[in-house]
Structures are given as C-alpha cells and as structure tokens.
Design a protein around this ligand. Sequence first.
Ligand code: ASP
Length: 436
Amino acid sequence: MKVAKFGGSSVADALQIEKIRNIIQGDPDIRYVVVSAPGKRFADDSKVTDLLYLCKTHIEHKIPYEQIFQVIYDRFMAVEADLGVDVDIKKELKEIKQEIEEGVSVDYIASRGEYLNAKIVAAYLGYDFVDAKELIKFNEKGKLMDDLTNEKISKVLSEHEYAVIPGFYGERLGDGKVKTFTRGGSDITGALIARATNAEVYENWTDVSGFLMADPRIVKNPKPIKSISYIELRELSYMGASVLHEDAIFPAKIAGIPINIRNTNSPEDSGTMITAHPKASENQVISGVAGRKNFTVIGIYKNHLANEKGFIRRLAGIIEDHDMTIEHLPTGIDTMSVVIDNKNLNGKLDELVEEFERQLKPDSLDVVEDMALIATVGAGMASRKGTSAKLFAALADIGVNIRMIDQGSSEMNIIVGVENKDFERSVKAIYEAFVE
Ligand code: ASP
C-alpha cells in the first residue's frame, strides 16, 4: 500500500489533476492521496495559499480584499467546471468568504486551498474525502500531538479504503480550530499518514524527477540520484543541495518508510528513492556532491596544544558566548582550525579572534576568509579504497589547492575546503572524476 502526496504544481489546474488521476488509476496500491492547494501554473503565477494569506493581510489593514478573493474563486470554479465534477464549490466559497468577514483565524483562511482542492480531487477520483481536522491533532500550544495523530489516522482511515486528504493543516484541541503546519507542510501530512497506515512507500509527487547528483547550475546535466539514504541526503542538503523540508521527512524517517520523489509531468521517470539505510551500490561510489561558499577558517597554532587540558572546551565556550556554531573542527597535533559559516559571524570576526588570543594564548593564529566547503557524499565510499586519492587527484589536476580536509566518522563523506574562487570548477572536477 502506498500514500501519495501531490504538491501544488501537481494540482495547479484541471490539466494537472487529470495527470494525477492517470497516475493514481495506474497504481491500485495508492490508497491515500494527500493534496496541496493549487500552486503555480506558470513561472509568475500565484499560489492559492499565498493569495489566501494576502486576503487576510488586506483585511487586517482594512484594505479591500475582494479582488484577490475573486482570483481564488475563479480558479476553483474553473477547475470544478473543467473536470466536470460537482462539489458545490460555489457554496463552499461563499461560506468561506462569510467566515473571512466574520474574522476567522489566519490559519483557517490559509488552509482552505487544501480543503477545497481535496474535495474536488476526491470527487474526480471517486474517493472519500476525509478532512485533515479529523486526523491531525495539535495541542493548545500548537504543537503536533504525535501519538494521538497516529492513533486517529489509523482509526479513521481504517474505515476508508480509498481517500483524499487535504495537506497542511489539522485541528487544535481546546478551541477545535484549524491549525496549519509551517509553509510546505503538506509534505508532513503525507509522511504522517504514511507512517500511521504502515505504507510501503510514501510517494511525493512534484515537478522534478527527484534529486540530482550535483547542482545543475554548476554541472551540466547531472545524473539523477536513483537511491539515497536519509543520512546521505541530510549531508547533501546541509551542504546546500535543496531537498525536502527536514521536518517533512522526519515522520517517514522514524517509521523507516522509503520516500519516492516523483515527477507528475514525467511519471515514467522512477525518481529518487530515499531509503532508511545507506546502501553501497556496486557501480556508484558517490551519491552526490554539494557545497557552499563563504566560510571563514581560523587556524590556531600552539606548541603542545595536544597535551593542554580543556583547550577545546574553552574554545567552544568562546564560540558559544558569541552565539555562533562551529561548522567543522579539523585538528592536527599542535593545530586546530575552526570553520565558521560567514552568516554566523555577524561582523564579529575581529572580536572573536581577539577573544581567542586572550583566552587561548596561541603561538600564532591566522584567518582565511572566503572559503568554500564541498561535501562528496556516498555510502559507497566507506570500505572502498582509493576514494580520497581520486578526489584529491581530481582537484590537483585542475590546480586547486585544498585548504582543509575533513572526513566524517561514518566514512560517508569527505569535505574539502577550497577558496571561493575555485568552488565551481572543483565541484565539476569531483563530479566528473566519480560520475562521468
Ligand atoms: N499550500 C501550502 C503552502 O503553500 C502547503 C503545501 O503546499 O505544502 O505552503
């Protein structure tokens, strides 16, 4: 059994909804369908959710909102007519408008895109409509009640063989009002439903055929990632690859359910499968390469540093007092390099260095700004000889000086620091060394 979540662009209009019907009808294992609100139909189109938020802001500032509401109204009316279903959207929209005028909460307004879309899709598929309020529960403070939600989903859905559920929101206990997740939260709804129903796979349908092995702005036509584990994905996303919202995959992750990222506009592509456990593949050493620019490295040299008790604690204390986090901390016998994201420095680099000098009394200290970090990630790297040799050779061949090397203890990633100006060509060289 599968749970399939369709994102905004997959349900943006009647044409897209026809596509998802073909997908769903082609796979009888898909029993529960979670939908987003209608998203963008073309690049500079508006998402219905954004328009709903806009209505609320207008009302708060006492500016007429009717024109914006009309755009939403027209979109839903057109979808209903084009698909030839009858769920009395007109009446629903009238009621929503009335409620808006009576001053309902912003969460309620924002949730109506999902609500109406789910009604339409359910009617079009001939599936039951199950309101997310029945399934997803938050406490009075707005925190998701995990166990109760799990219980509700399995209980309620056991009475529906096939159902469409709106994403993004649930019910707050106490006042019984609608409460939404953070933006993009339909992913979370889908993952929660997949967990509670013991789905074999959680399909997440969007407008790309999964993740790519490298940033296509840097590497031309990078290969898609066929399969990757949560851990590897986390490493790649931390280093800049844009992936799903972390919260979104969490429920599926703890239940160990694989997530399959699929493309509604190209359903024949198998997409990317995100698995619970890393698997080393025979012919693919790396899963991907990702990186970010703009880090600062503070190199500290002190004779007999290795024997000095409490050195790292004091160093970490200074960083913490400055409300910063350490990205990496490669160490030598008498040296230690602190790598910090420039965004984290907040213009306090001089202050930090001064404090290091005062408290740590190093023999020397140097600062390298404008560093880029590149993570080469892959379960296939562990236990395979020659991976780092290949990586370093690839960079040596193009004349790039590696300023820093760090390998995670999982042996699933090797991070190198290069100068910002060498970033793009280094990513390309690594990709080519392992993939092409
Ligand atoms: N419609 C909501 C948003 O735009 C939730 C979602 O699509 O996942 O954020």
